[in-house]
Write a protein that binds this ligand. Structure first.
Ligand code: FEO
Length: 188
């Protein structure tokens, strides 16, 4: 609904600008204000695209934990979050939304299991607190899934806000803490 409101707002703004420009031309010699409105009208698609792009996460090498197998999984998680963002931005419908959400939840669990197995097998000292963070995250995702049954749009917004913030913070904080330990064990 929010995306639809946003698109409606852009369409309304374009309509107002076009009306103002037509009135500006009809009023006599073209004023600088009319030309400024034309320039603004032309710039709207670019501004709108830039604002939409900011909703997506881009992989940054600074996110690397130094272990390729885990970096690849983190990249996939980012792609799946972006896929969910696309589903919301383009109102792709409930079926695609559900698929994107399910795929993200499933892959998140797969990734957590992979990390936990490594940490447990190599007796990583902070295994338990790290695992507790994963469990808390899964619990939050379950809450979002329950919310999705009540209000799709609100649940999707909550899911995206939460997932983007949580994932980047977790990768850059908690995950990086095991880097040296696991690299020393020969994990790649
Ligand atoms: Fe990469 Fe601890 O999740």
């Amino acid at each position: 609904m929010n995306q639809q409101i946003s698109m409606f707002g852009v369409a309304l703004l374009i309509l107002i600008l076009i009306t103002a420009i037509i009135l500006g031309f009809a009023a006599g010699p073209t004023s600088p204000l009319t030309w400024a409105l034309i320039a603004f009208l032309v710039a709207i698609p670019f501004i709108h695209r830039r604002m939409a792009e900011r909703s997506y996460i881009e992989w940054d090498d600074a996110y690397s934990v130094g272990i390729d197998s885990i970096d690849q999984q983190h990249k996939r998680l980012i792609n799946l979050i972006n896929q969910l963002q696309t589903a919301v931005d383009y109102s792709t419908g409930e079926e695609f939304e559900r698929e994107a959400l399910d795929e993200l939840v499933d892959y998140t669990k797969t990734h957590f299991s992979y990390e936990e197995e490594l940490m447990e097998n190599y007796a990583y000292p902070d295994f338990e607190p790290h695992k507790a963070q994963h469990e808390k995250m899964i619990q939050k995702v379950d809450e979002v899934l329950a919310e999705y049954e009540q209000d799709h749009d609100r649940a999707m917004r909550h899911a995206l806000d939460f997932l983007k913030q949580w994932l980047i913070n977790h990768i850059n904080g908690t995950d990086k803490e095991y880097s040296d330990f696991l690299i020393e064990k020969g994990v790649k």
